[in-house]
Design a protein around this ligand. Structure first.
Ligand code: GAL
Length: 365
């Protein structure tokens, strides 16, 4: 009985109230089986069967470090009561696979491709035993939203390609940079070199680094993969092929040298908005806001969108997805993770309805 009363109180807690957080950053959020929702860094799809599909990292205690056993799926009819559907993509025992147990699969995003009628999952992959140095993108596909997803491959994006807007002089400027002149990081000269493409050039042959990420499907059905690249210093927005399973080779840099991660992107009344975090690992920091009239840029940086107590640290959270708000058509809910690195499976969920003040998105808790 007590369990049901607690569940009822929790349901009240997560009832959306405009401008108030939906999920709060302190409580565990229990599924219909009484377990905390173990689904982090992910996204939510609303499908024609009237259900929400929440995909995310399934963190487990029996695997040490930051690796996990796969990507979990929870479903719900009302965004409050969630049912665990199991792992839709599992890490495997086969040691020759890129997703062998011990690898790190982070920030999975699942999208539906209307052309191919497939569900595509794109995620940040780190290879077993290599820490965070591999910086790859994983692709998986399924016929059904409940999976199982078939792992296709992992890659370093856009090998051999310069950014789409790089002119001959930009390529020359990047090519002329001598790495030995910039051994010391964080100096003004080093920042300038990073911005010109110090790491871009370094990784040109083997492909660009790709860590924290988002996927965005525009109104014309075109898909973009947005990820922290160049040692987490610069975001890249890369165009995907029509099946969403490859890169076209066209990409654009956002805020070179700006050190942005955890990108969350959405479009409202024709304007693209991007909320990102700084780079402080699992610790929260102050959110950054960018705006553009075309997805490929230029992106303009504005003031931090968070307001009120705890705003300097994004209320303890780090963004993962902007979910269309079912209660306010055309508006969004900012979904964030409140990481608890000592026990990542218990990382909390923080959902804040995005409101607009003076034409800019605002997050208030
Ligand atoms: C964070 C990132 C997380 C995870 C973590 C590892 O900055 O957003 O997804 O990669 O670093 O320390």
């Amino acid at each position: 009985m007590i369990k049901y009363i607690l569940l009822f109180i929790l349901c009240l807690l997560v009832t959306p109230v405009c401008g108030q957080p939906i999920a709060n950053n302190e409580e565990l959020w229990l599924d219909d089986n009484g377990q905390h929702i173990n689904c982090h860094g992910g996204n939510i799809l609303y499908l024609p069967d009237g259900k929400y599909y929440w995909y995310g990292e399934h963190r487990v205690e029996h695997i040490p470090g930051t690796s996990e056993d796969g990507i979990s799926l929870y479903t719900s009819k009302d965004l409050k009561t969630w049912h665990y559907e199991g792992l839709v993509l599992e890490a495997v025992k086969d040691m020759t696979s890129d997703i062998t147990l011990g690898c790190i699969m982070e920030r999975p995003k699942v999208v539906y491709n209307v052309r191919t009628k497939k569900y595509v999952m794109i995620f940040h992959l780190e290879l077993r035993g290599k820490g965070y140095s591999a910086a790859r993108t994983g692709f998986a596909v399924a016929d059904n939203p409940k999976g199982p997803f078939r792992f296709l491959r992992s890659v370093r994006p856009n090998a051999g390609k310069w950014p789409a807007d790089f002119k001959r002089k930009d390529k020359k400027a990047a090519s002329d940079l001598r790495p030995e002149a910039y051994k010391e990081w964080w100096t003004p000269q080093w920042y300038q070199a990073v911005s010109k493409g110090l790491f871009l050039k370094r990784d040109l042959k083997k492909g660009q680094m790709s860590r924290d990420m988002a996927v965005y499907i525009d109104d014309d059905g075109k898909a973009y993969h947005l990820y922290s690249s160049e040692e987490n210093l610069t975001l890249h927005l890369a165009e995907l092929t029509n099946d969403y399973l490859h890169y076209t080779g066209k990409y654009w840099r956002i805020a070179p040298g700006g050190q942005n991660e955890a990108p969350v992107i959405f479009k409202r009344n024709g304007t693209y908005w991007l909320i990102a975090s700084g780079c402080t690992g699992w610790a929260p920091n102050k959110a950054r806001l960018f705006k553009a009239s075309q997805i490929t840029g230029p992106w303009e940086q504005l003031e931090c969108p968070a307001r009120g107590k705890g705003a300097d640290k994004t209320f303890g959270g780090q963004g993962t997805y902007a979910m269309p708000d079912p209660q306010r058509p055309g508006e969004f809910i900012f979904m964030a993770d409140v990481w608890t690195p000592k026990q990542l499976s218990h990382s909390r969920h923080l959902w804040i309805p995005v409101t607009f003040e003076n034409g800019s998105p605002v997050l208030r808790q």
